[in-house]
Design a protein around this ligand. Structure first.
Ligand code: ISC
Length: 623
């Protein structure tokens, strides 16, 4: 850090020591570094009903869906000129939260200015003056829509070798925070404290804590506050940039209440969404306590008389409950629903580790409580019609923009350099219907679309549901010779590839290598990815990303195409893509998009067809 740093750094050391990583929510961070130094970070934090147990050596299961909760995407371009950095960030589903920020650091000043990417943006300006030892700063936000100052804070900090003291006036002057951070005797131990006084409520809050670095990869922390909450955490970097955190919190004033325990893992460099900016779409959230996740796997569910909500949680360990799958082999699925003659069985796999706090008893207790929630809310699924009508439809891109993008792709494919061979361009169509759609009913209706479809529904709590009817291969692994595969609307050339995985192979790495495949991105991958980034004008979100689960002994993923995102209200986004190669005709490809989207579209038109049929019947006409 040069000079006094930026405003958020005032008091940051103490705040990090006292608050960072203590949350018991599930958290997942992915960071992707592109070749030109741009870091793309997606962070997802959400309260989960169950806390996932993820163990490096034991069988484990992480629902990939868990990364698609509230996602904050930040793109940082460092050092445009010495000391200058620009940042573009947005939180999805609310992409209106996007902002552009410029930071400038100098020996005696640090200035940061940001502006929201909306018509009436919020403008934020902060500056710090001083030296590394003594800094004074202010932070102001102006809402240009109302002309009001929405924030004005001020701060002062004093830093020497092993001690940082700071004073912050926050909340428009309503609260004063004094904080202190101290490295004890140049050792691996640091202590910190923070005292906040609120002038309006006349309340004080005091938190103090300590942190000890056990070895370069392991840190323990503990803290206590004046409302009686005691917390501790253990953090270990088990491989580069991958951190395990186990944290616990006890309310000493209500010791009989169960304590909270959380664990999470951060993984690096895993681009799970097509172009690395995985947004969950721009639809409103759907309220609901339980995450809903469903993967139909290679053996689709026999039927859908009742819905089993797959609670996203409990973690996979072999307990023999994995139902028989392809060829009778024992398969573990996170949640499995089977219709038998006289009863139905809902089987789930769980994991535990008695040497940690996530014991067998805990795992069973959580499972039982989830099952109780599930069994108290069975829904009869209507799998014949959706009884809804499309009231509005628009496509992004429009046909004209599509033609332009395809023409541009063809120029590049035929161009002198001939670097691009194939690029897959996509379309996102927003259907407004006259009723709200239930994602599971939609999937149930889609089932007729193909016995071999891989059906999925991923719906974290309070988030839109991502559903799809993707393709899968046949049961038997054959030579990688291509065969024609006919589906109800389209046909594909398909081939199966089989490989033996080495012990050291990691399923995250395998997935990272396979995604994005030429079927959703193009060839060569980097050129196609760049073209999509430059010319595709909507955010793919989860569309075309891998969907499935990691199961320790087994993982299962399909490509999230033939998919849609269902949000709160009456809005559904339907995605479709097509590969552009030499000789492609833009209009034919547009028709192909219509064809691919029609599996959803025809279900949304129920009433129109129904009315037509009725009218026809009334008129005695046979259609
Ligand atoms: C990207 C999609 O399809 C890809 C997968 C198979 C066949 C494709 C095609 O026919 O062009 C696409 O590459 C989609 O359906 O959204």
């Amino acid at each position: 850090m040069v000079g006094p740093g930026l405003y958020p750094e005032i008091g940051k050391k103490a705040r990090d020591l006292l608050y960072r990583d203590y949350q018991t929510d599930h958290k997942f961070t992915l960071t992707t570094y592109t070749s030109n130094g741009v870091a793309i970070t997606a962070t997802s934090t959400k309260k989960a009903d169950l806390i996932y147990a993820v163990m490096p050596s034991a069988p484990f299961f992480v629902l990939i869906a868990s990364i698609f909760g509230q996602v904050v995407t930040t793109v940082t371009v460092d050092e445009l000129t010495p000391g200058l950095k620009s940042i573009l960030s947005f939180a999805v589903p609310d992409q209106r939260s996007g902002k552009f920020e410029v930071q400038y650091s100098h020996d005696y000043a640090g200035v940061s200015a940001s502006i929201g990417l909306t018509a009436n943006p919020v403008v934020n300006l902060s500056s710090v003056f001083g030296t590394k030892a003594l800094a004074v700063g202010a932070d102001v936000s102006l809402d240009t829509a109302t002309g009001n100052l929405t924030k004005y804070n001020a701060g002062l900090s004093f830093t020497n070798d092993d001690l940082i003291a700071s004073l912050n006036l926050n909340n428009k002057g309503d609260s004063l925070t004094a904080s202190y951070y101290h490295i004890v005797n140049h050792s691996a131990t640091a202590v910190g404290a923070e005292l906040t006084h609120s002038f309006s409520s006349n309340e004080n809050s005091l938190t103090f804590g300590t942190q000890h670095t056990l070895d370069p990869l392991t840190v323990v922390k503990a803290r206590f506050n004046n409302s009686g909450k005691a917390s501790a955490l253990l953090q270990h970097e088990w491989r580069p940039k991958s951190v395990w955190t186990i944290s616990a919190e006890v309310d000493t004033k209500a010791i009989d209440k169960s304590s909270k325990v959380g664990r999470w893992v951060q993984r690096p460099s895993c681009s799970l969404s097509m172009n690395g900016c995985g947004a969950a779409g721009d639809l409103g959230a759907v309220a609901g306590d339980l995450p809903r996740c469903f993967f139909s796997a290679r053996a689709p569910l026999p039927d859908w008389p009742t819905l089993a909500i797959a609670g996203a949680g409990g973690a996979g360990s072999s307990n023999g409950n994995g139902a028989g799958g392809v060829g009778g082999e024992q398969r573990q699925r996170p949640v499995e629903y089977n219709e038998l003659e006289e009863s139905s069985v809902l089987a789930t796999t769980i994991a535990w580790d008695d040497s940690l706090s996530w014991t067998w008893q805990n795992a069973v207790k959580e499972l039982q409580s989830t099952l109780q929630k599930i069994s108290s809310s069975p829904i009869k699924v209507n799998n014949s019609t959706l009884q809804t009508t499309i009231v509005n439809l628009n496509h992004v891109p429009t046909k004209a923009s599509w033609d332009l993008a395809v023409t541009k792709a063809l120029q590049m494919i035929k161009g002198k350099q001939r670097e691009l061979v194939k690029v897959v361009l996509a379309r996102c169509s927003r259907y407004i219907t006259d009723t709200c759609l239930d994602p599971v009913e939609l999937l149930a209706c889609l089932k007729v679309e193909g016995q071999n479809a891989y059906q999925f529904c991923i719906q974290p709590p309070d988030a839109p549901a991502f559903v799809g009817n993707s393709m899968i291969c046949d049961d038997v692994v054959v030579h990688p010779s291509k065969a024609l595969r006919k589906l109800p609307r389209v046909q594909h050339l398909s081939a199966q590839l089989a490989a033996r995985i080495r012990n050291e192979d990691d399923e995250f790495d395998i997935l990272n290598t396979l995604h994005p495949s030429p079927a959703v991105c193009g060839l060569p991958t980097e050129e196609a990815r760049q073209f999509i980034q430059d010319y595709e004008i909507f955010d793919r979100g989860m569309y075309a990303g891998p969907v499935g689960w990691f199961g320790g002994a087994e993982s299962e993923f399909a490509v999230g195409i033939r998919s849609a995102l269902l949000g709160k209200g009456h809005s559904t986004l339907v995605y479709a893509g097509a590969g552009i190669v030499e000789g492609t005709n833009p209009s034919f490809e547009w028709d192909e998009l219509d064809l691919k989207a029609s599996q959803f579209a025809k279900l949304l038109q129920y009433q129109e067809q129904h009315i037509c049929l009725q009218e026809a019947e009334n008129m005695g006409t046979v259609i």
